[in-house]
Write a protein that binds this ligand. Structure first.
Ligand code: ADP
Ligand code: MG
Length: 355
């Protein structure tokens, strides 16, 4: 397994890129620690696959360097990098049996046949296809084929890293959960360096110790699920993570007070926001609905099972609040913002609050 340093990597698919918007990756500078379980999370088109393919060597970056354990591998082939990659859609040999599909990457590297057999059987159990070992792969369903692809990624124990690019897209929801738990277990058992690409926050937050959030060709935040929830560094992280996402309201600042229309909101400190667009971010979980605070008009209450989501209008802005499943909306509803959940943003980036 390896530590992977992505050093000031930029990538454009154009032959003659000129401006920032010509780059699919604007500038990514990050270290994936040896043995870490990472998720790369972001919306479609933000550059996740581009970054993954640069790590595996399918793509050569326009600028920057890639290091494995300190060694420059930027110009090495995929083979030489010794990486396993699992793609969104199955990559398997249709005419081979399930068993031979899994054995192939090992036989290719001249692993003794007894070890091949042991590893293949272990992997078959893991992906729950032991009973189909001797079937031709072409006779399998799409999700069984994808499990073979996953198995081919997991069967080798000598790889520098295992990369997954939205591997569960074609898998049914229950199996998704099972496979994700197995990947996590594998990570715990063998300490592989794993990078898991997804646009699905649930997948990212349940799989990874560290989530790398990407937006428009850049990394906007790297953190634990709790950090991303409590302290989104960028308003995009606030919107993208959480359900519903963070409320973001334009405010003016006056020392330790934020002015929202005619309302004055006390802040936990004095934000160090100089110029630019200033916004207050608060997650629906920190908006307290009751008989005290700022008057709102409620437009909708959605029952989502374990809690309710209340949609309301505050000073002309739509906000969401989360209340308990047994809580009722009062006749003259008001809201308070729990100071612990308040973040202040200047031009979309979070600013620190002084004393
Ligand atoms: P993601 O995996 O996050 O959906 P991608 O890395 O596939 O994003 O794409 C990032 C950007 O690069 C997108 O704007 C996409 O249109 C562009 N792009 C991806 N692959 C190619 C390609 N082969 N040629 C040209 N542009 C591409
Ligand atoms: Mg992609």
């Amino acid at each position: 397994m390896a530590r992977i340093d992505v050093n000031h990597i930029r990538h454009s698919y154009l032959t003659n890129p000129k401006e920032d918007s010509d780059f699919a990756l604007k500038e990514v500078h990050h270290t994936f620690e040896d043995g870490g379980a990472y998720a790369l999370l972001g919306p479609s088109g933000c550059g996740k696959t581009t970054l993954l393919n640069i790590i595996s060597g399918l793509l050569h970056p326009s600028h920057g360097q890639l290091l494995f354990n300190g060694r420059n591998v930027t110009n090495l082939s995929t083979q030489e990098r010794n990486i396993a990659q699992v793609f969104q859609f199955p990559v398997i040999y249709d005419t081979m049996t399930v068993y031979d599909n899994l054995a192939f990457p090992l036989r290719n590297r001249r692993v003794p046949e007894a070890d091949v057999d042991r590893k293949v059987r272990e992997t078959l159990d893991m992906i729950d296809l032991a009973s189909m070992a001797n079937r031709k792969a072409r006779r399998l369903t799409a999700d069984q084929k994808q499990k073979i692809s996953l198995g081919r990624g997991l069967v080798r124990s000598d790889v520098n890293a295992i990369l997954f690019d939205e591997p569960l897209t074609v898998i049914d929801p229950h199996m998704k959960w099972v496979l994700r738990s197995q990947l996590k277990q594998l990570h715990r058992r063998f300490g592989y360096t794993m990078v898991y690409v997804t646009h699905d926050q649930t997948e990212a937050l349940t799989f990874a110790d560290r989530v790398v959030v990407m937006y428009d060709g850049e990394i906007v935040q790297i953190g634990t699920p709790a950090e991303l929830f409590e302290r989104p560094r960028h308003t995009f992280v606030g919107y993208f993570i959480g359900s519903p996402g963070m409320n973001v309201l334009p405010v003016a600042l006056e020392g330790r007070t934020a002015l929202l229309g005619s309302q004055r909101i006390e802040l936990p400190g004095a934000p160090k926001a100089e110029a630019g667009l200033v916004e207050l971010g608060i997650r629906p979980e920190y908006v307290r609905l009751g008989r005290e605070g700022m008057a709102v008009s409620v437009s909708k209450v959605e029952d989502v099972g374990r809690h309710k989501v209340v949609r309301a209008n505050l000073e002309g802005k739509e906000i969401a609040a989360v209340i308990g499943e047994d809580d009722e909306v009062p006749a003259e509803p008001r809201v308070r913002f729990d100071p612990a959940g308040i973040n202040i943003y200047a031009d979309s980036w979070r600013v620190e609050m002084g004393a």
